[in-house]
Design a protein around this ligand. Structure first.
Ligand code: HRG
Ligand code: AKG
Ligand code: FE2
Length: 383
């Protein structure tokens, strides 16, 4: 239900954050003002900037710096944490590996997901089983061999599932071991603070996005905790660490054929928070008449947008707006997108309060979030 918006609103959410632990928050005047602004933004654009979010600028910038450091590494180094089916689709994807609308995207990225342990979500979660790859392991190939198909006599002993289990345990043990060994020879120094920095950031963004969801609950005339419990009380999350080559980057032959950093798409979950480079305008948002409106960087803010699951929950009152990225600047652009999602196994359907606000009929069908995500992930890559 997006409108013909020309600009993306900026919302100071500090009054909402101040009251997020207060059970009577929905009676607070300051909170209600923020919720009104959220409601308008979610109806009109499905996009807004948030300021007054409390995440220090120094951390926001350090996350982008470490991202740039990673993508500056030679390709062979980056590929040591290569994304594949075996890693649960976590890790590094080179330029052109992610596909949108059938076209290779001109970005490279590290995809991270909440850890999925073997059997955690049964068959639904199988393809995403794994934990994130924060280190460039020189002994990772050895770990991968544990999970690779073996000669027949071994295969009869170790069926794929067992191999996977061993691999995941090994991977986790390596992570624990690496955490303990600061500055030991084999520990890559590139970038040395990658994991602790990203994990600190993740922790804060999970918390922040859940608090914004409280505001959205109130905006939808529900209780502040409408998204807790079975819907998103144990939320899944996704983080994409992304780099977009500069227009003039002649090292990238594919760039000649396609200048789209990321093709037009909607996000899959509830709410996305994008931390983008301050000096390059590249993210574009589509309004109802099909015009592309730039989400010009505003330092110190996050660009926030609605995902497919919140569109369903709101019975279409809020739009998961199409957006794309085109980096036509002569500089390499980085962004880090955090996605708050529902519980992995949540069955998502229009909320009663939203059905009432939209003519009394459920316009959108039910979806199991994990199925939606897995369907997307499995069609996003050529491998
Ligand atoms: N989790 C998110 N939003 N990922 C977006 C990735 C880029 C779009 C993807 N190839 C697609 O076609 O959906
Ligand atoms: O890089 C950006 O600004 C946005 C990225 C994005 O839309 C996504 O990864 O879903
Ligand atoms: Fe997106």
């Amino acid at each position: 239900m997006a409108s013909n918006f020309k600009t993306i609103p900026i919302i100071d959410i500090s009054p909402l954050l101040k009251k997020s632990d207060d059970p009577t928050m929905s009676e607070d005047k300051g909170v209600l003002e923020v919720c009104n602004l959220l409601d308008r933004a979610c109806k009109e654009a499905g996009f807004f900037y948030v300021k007054g979010h409390g995440i220090p600028d120094s951390l926001i910038n350090a996350v982008k710096d470490v991202t740039r450091d990673f993508f500056d590494l030679p390709y062979d180094e980056k590929n040591k944490i290569k994304l594949s089916a075996v890693t649960g689709y976590r890790g590094y994807q080179r330029i052109g590996e992610n596909i949108t609308l059938g076209v290779p995207d001109m970005h490279e990225a590290i995809d991270c997901y909440r850890e999925v342990t073997p059997g955690m979500y049964g068959a639904l979660g199988k393809s995403l089983e794994g934990s994130n790859m924060w280190y460039l392991f020189w002994f990772r190939p050895a770990a991968l061999m544990v999970a690779k198909p073996r000669p027949c006599w071994v295969r009869t002993l170790l069926i794929y599932q067992k191999e996977m289990y061993i691999y995941l345990l090994f991977h986790r043990a390596m992570n624990l071991y690496m955490d303990k060994c600061d500055n030991v020879d084999f520990r890559p120094s590139n970038p040395s603070n990658f994991k602790p920095l990203m994990e600190e950031y993740l922790g804060l963004l999970k918390d922040l996005s859940r608090r914004i969801m409280q505001g959205i609950s109130i905006a939808l005339s529900g209780s502040p905790n409408m998204f807790e419990g079975e819907r998103a009380g144990d939320p899944f999350w996704v983080m994409r660490i992304i780099g977009y080559p500069a227009l003039s980057d002649s090292t990238n032959a594919m760039k000649l054929d396609n200048d789209i950093g990321c093709g037009a798409h909607t996000d899959y979950g509830l709410l996305t928070l994008v931390n983008q480079d301050d000096d390059i305008t590249a993210l574009q948002v589509r309004n109802r008449s099909g015009e592309w409106i730039s989400a010009v960087p505003i330092p110190g803010t996050f660009v926030c947008n609605i995902g497919d699951m919140l569109k369903i929950l709101s019975n279409g009152l809020y739009e998961s707006t199409l957006h794309r990225v085109i980096n036509s600047s002569p500089k390499y652009r980085v962004s880090v997108a955090f996605f708050l999602e529902p519980n992995f196994d949540a069955a998502i359907e229009p909320l009663e309060c939203c059905v009432q606000h939209t003519g009394g009929v459920a316009k959108l069908g039910r979806a199991v979030y994990g199925e939606h995500l897995v369907r997307k992930v499995l069609t996003n890559f050529v491998m």
